[in-house]
Ligand binder design. Structure first.
Ligand code: GAL
Length: 960
């Protein structure tokens, strides 16, 4: 280390020096403030001590420095590059030492005080988030330095301020001792990534304050007491409250819940400042072994939210935060775990306002120590305890006035140790109004909730039934899955099965899907980049893209499925009974905010619709609601009642008529297609004709149906393995993706055994099998026709030792071209055996391009389920039974080989313009990219199977 600059603090385990004690965060007051975001001068060095401190002195000429946006990460603004690792530290583990290669960003900003900046009083400089360590100067005076990337730090600066030409200098190091405490599974993104603000502090202004607002559900009253470091008065006009700080007052109130986020506007006024308050009355407690709010158990339908924006990384603006909250509310999500650090404080304001239960998690993860059996883990080393306590205090003090925050989380994947116990004790002493969570200690010694991640359905059921045993303390606690249903790529599968368990056992109080959004980085050539795309020597690939939203915040099919699975109203029944059963699954709200309607549909077409009067059922109540008579004159055919629950009025988070829940009740079944085998196979010049079809006489291969050429129609068992098929490398077998590949299912060979033109059928006998294996599928294609339509019946019999399920079972073929697709069956989005809850039976239309689901790493996607018939490219295909339909402009092999979406080029190097798969079966999806694989009932076993398709030429569907 060189002598000319001070860098000792970088490797110091202490949290820092010079900053003010933490206090409550508030966005606004009548005290003036100056946001210091915008363009700053920036200089990057490759070590911590490459440059001396002279840049911090007034008069320093930074004219030749680059410019950078604050808030922001320099690696996303053309200086250096991002790097992704899951849990491995990207530097040698030798705490608290960090590498010599320590990218260091010097930031400079010159500012004047705005007109009207009060002459008297003090001022503080607030940093809401800097990764990972900063040293700060104002006008040449060093203020101090700090660590704790996603936590606020304030410095008193009043005496240093001048009316103009103030020089703010911030030196930021990518690596510090603090990095050992910030080993979350995400991109390493240094920079001043949250707001920097100068706050005037008037004499007699508010300092720290704690709003205690509880609710007594028996009396329907709330008790408010605002403790304030500086005494003052608290007024809440709507409640007629006007009391001194520190004095409790009890009044009748409407409580705050995530479903009914009633906030009362108030003011905390001290002699020098008026701070607006948004008060939500609610009481969180552990009672009868359950998490209760306002006296009632809650069921968390949650997500884990990292802060993410594909261009800005973790530097989120308010609009993006609001978009997250609105998307959550619109998808029936009621809870967020702020994995794995306190979010931008404004996000919690939004949670208060729109209504979301929050587990606020401390900025603490030491997961990389698992690589050495947790030896030297900082959370079990007293030297680090002050840093842990500092982090906990900065979170709790900042966020304690949010009604939405119901649980504090000590951190994530930090092993166990004395430091964590000390942290839990500190939190409990400071705030008795919330519960404490931590997943990493299954004995639950420091926690109020038994929490796990990725437990299988079977284990969750055992826990729900209280058959899991374990330490005495744990047995008495409620259970949550703080992470489950790993939403990486296609999936997660099995959500509905978890939800059934959560709803069946009171000890199970729900879960939080991992995770909210893919952390793909917008990239000019790759679409979205993931680990390894920036040349990192150590990385974890696309494990960073495992969200319910794509990087651009478009909902993935996983989110659509989750919305359906967690919908707060159940609509069930048998459509022939004349009634529908409606159940209110909210914890607090009755159904008065919803309007119900029915539609009677035949063959997927609405015949009639109307509104359905449903009583304002209380939480947990059900009613049998009478349906109208079947509409007179309804055509014959497969019929359904579709019942929807929509918002009766506009809310803060969605417009009127937004669909909250729905159900379909079957009335009459579908008639399966029948084709009389009246046409005879007619041999011609090297071909065989049968009805509208022409076959190759030698190979039996279908060449055309009417005027539509068909390429390479054959049995297909391969799908481009999903991230969940592949499973995480650390998972034991069976991981089906690798197993399938080992067996050779991606390179099946088709041996022709016979082509038989019989009386009323053309029969083609084959055996489909991979090289080097004895197993195979004896497969017979039997073609018949009534002259107009062509029926194919595929019979397949597994031979050999098939212990492994098949990826898919069906046929595939190529068409020269196809654009628009119409179908009757499940839609509008993709569905697989264990991700099918949101598929509604109706008529749908899409282009081939829109059928593709844009997973960041290409993989099997886009199948539509329960398709009765589909039309594309001049063909109509009816299924007997209904089938899975997939169409894409590339082959499965090309999809399998692609690493990014930009690798997929329509029609390149393939014999057809569009490839169609019609599947009799698909293997389930599961969640094995981090959790359990698909449940056995979703396995596609290799068994004798027979299925048919009826083809007929049609004119190509047109838009509209
Ligand atoms: C968990 C961890 C998360 C994330 C997830 C996998 O173990 O807490 O941060 O890594 O696995 O995506």
């Amino acid at each position: 280390m060189s002598a000319h600059t001070r860098t000792d603090y970088v490797e110091d385990v202490s949290p820092g020096s010079g900053a003010l004690p933490p206090r409550a965060w508030y966005a606004s007051s009548d005290a003036v403030s100056l946001p210091l975001g915008g363009s700053w001068r920036f200089r990057l060095s490759d070590t911590a001590d490459a440059q001396d401190d002279s840049f911090a002195a007034p008069g320093y000429d930074a004219g030749d420095w680059a410019e950078i946006q604050v808030p922001g990460h320099w690696v996303l603004q053309g200086h250096g590059s991002p790097a992704y690792t899951n849990h491995r530290y990207p530097f040698p583990v030798d705490p608290p030492r960090v590498p010599t290669e320590n990218p260091t960003g010097d930031h400079l900003r010159v500012f004047g005080l705005p007109a009207g900046w009060p002459a008297g009083g003090d001022a503080v400089l607030r940093f809401d988030g800097v990764e990972s360590c900063a040293r700060v100067w104002l006008n040449g005076t060093e203020l101090g330095e700090f660590k704790g990337s996603r936590l606020p730090h304030e410095f008193a600066v009043g005496a240093l301020l001048r009316p103009s030409g103030n020089v703010l200098a911030v030196r930021v190091h990518q690596w510090s001792a603090g990095s050992y405490l910030e080993d979350q599974d995400q991109w390493w993104l240094p920079g001043v990534f949250r707001d920097v603000t100068l706050l005037h502090r008037p004499a007699g202004g508010v300092r720290d304050f704690f709003v205690h607002a509880s609710y007594d559900h028996v009396s329907g009253t709330g008790t408010l007491r605002v403790d304030s470091e500086v005494a003052g008065r608290v007024t809440v006009p709507d409640l007629g409250v006007d009391v001194p700080t520190g004095e409790p007052v009890t009044v009748p109130v409407e409580p705050w819940t995530a479903e009914t986020p009633r906030l009362y506007d108030g003011v905390l006024a001290t002699e020098g400042e008026r701070v607006p308050l948004r008060i939500g009355f609610r009481t969180v407690e552990l009672s009868d072994g359950l998490i209760k709010v306002n006296g009632r158990p809650v069921l968390f339908k949650g997500v884990n939210r990292h802060e993410w924006h594909p261009e800005k990384g973790r530097a989120l603006d308010l609009a993006t935060m609001r978009e997250d909250v609105l998307l959550m509310k619109r998808h029936n999500v009621n809870a967020v775990r702020t994995s794995h650090y306190p979010p931008h404080p404004a996000f919690l304001d939004l949670c208060d306002e729109y209504g979301l239960w929050v587990i606020d998690e401390c900025d603490l993860e030491t997961h990389g120590f698992t690589e050495q059996g947790w030896r030297d883990n900082p959370v079990d080393d007293d030297r680090w305890t002050p840093a842990l306590l500092d982090r906990a205090a900065r979170m709790v003090e900042r966020d304690k006035n949010h009604p939405s925050v119901v649980i504090w989380s000590l951190g994530n994947e930090a092993g166990t140790g004395r430091g964590l116990t000390a942290t839990a004790e500190w939190i409990r002493a400071r705030d008795t109004s919330r519960l404490v969570h931590y997943e990493g200690d299954h004995t639950c010694r420091d926690t109020d909730v038994y929490s796990r991640m990725y437990a299988s359905h079977a284990e969750v059921e055992r826990i729900g039934r209280r058959l899991d045993g374990g330490p005495l303390k744990r047995r008495a606690l409620p259970f949550i899955l703080c992470e489950y249903a790993h939403a990486m790529g296609n999936g997660p599968g099995g959500l509905a099965d978890y939800q059934r368990l959560f709803e069946a056992h009171e000890r199970l109080q729900g879960g939080f899907v991992w995770e909210w959004i893919d952390h793909g980085i917008a990239h000019p050539e790759l679409g979205y980049a993931y680990g390894g795309d920036f040349g990192e020597e150590l990385h974890d690939g696309n494990f960073v893209c495992d969200g319910l939203l794509f990087p651009d915040r478009r909902p993935s099919p996983g989110l659509v499925e989750y919305k359906k699975v967690i919908e707060p109203v159940a609509v069930t029944g048998d459509g022939t009974a004349g009634t529908v059963r409606v159940t209110n699954k909210y914890d607090f709200a009755d159904l008065s905010a919803l309007a119900f309607s029915w539609t009677y549909e035949v063959e997927g077409e609405p015949v009639d619709s109307g509104s359905l009067p449903v009583p304002a059922l209380a939480p947990g109540e059900s009613a049998e609601v009478k349906l109208p008579a079947v509409p007179a004159g309804a055509p014959a055919g497969e019929a359904y009642w579709t019942v929807r629950a929509v918002l009766a009025c506009e809310t803060a988070w969605a417009p009127r008529d937004h669909v909250v829940a729905w159900g379909q009740l079957p009335v009459s079944a579908r008639r399966t297609p029948y084709v009389a085998a009246t046409a005879r196979p007619a041999p011609g010049d090297g071909v065989i004709s049968l009805g509208p079809a022409v076959f190759d006489a030698r190979t039996g291969a279908l060449r055309a149906i009417g005027a539509v050429p068909v390429t390479d129609l054959r049995l297909d068992v391969w799908r481009a393995p999903t991230d969940n098929d592949d499973g995480a490398a650390w998972q034991g077998d069976p991981r089906y993706g690798p197993l399938w590949r080992r067996l050779g299912l991606h390179r099946m060979r088709h041996r022709l055994d016979a082509v038989e033109a019989g009386e009323d059928a053309l029969t083609v006998r084959t055996r489909v099998a991979p090289a080097a294996r004895e197993l195979g599928l004896s497969t017979v294609y039997r073609w018949t026709s009534d002259g107009d339509r062509l029926r194919l019946t595929v019979s397949t019999v597994p031979e050999g030792d098939w212990t492994v399920p098949l990826p898919r079972l069906g046929i595939r073929f190529g068409l020269a071209t196809a654009d628009l697709v119409r179908w009757y069956g499940g839609g509008p989005g993709e569905a697989y055996p264990d991700t099918r809850t949101a598929a509604r039976i109706a008529r749908w239309q899409s282009t081939v391009d829109e059928l593709q689901t844009p997973y960041v790493r290409p993989q099997e996607n886009g199948a539509r389920i329960d398709v009765r018939w589909a039309e594309l490219g001049g063909l109509r295909v009816e299924g007997d039974p209904a089938y899975w339909f997939t169409a894409r402009r590339w082959t499965t092999e090309q999809l399998d080989a692609a690493a990014h979406r930009t690798d997929l080029v329509p029609g390149s190097g393939s014999a057809a313009g569009v490839w169609v798969n019609l599947d009799h079966g698909q293997h389930g999806i599961g969640s094995q990219s981090c959790g359990p694989g698909p449940l056995p009932r979703y396995h596609l076993r290799a068994e004798p199977a027979e299925f048919s398709f009826v083809f007929s030429p049609v004119s190509a569907p047109r838009t509209g």
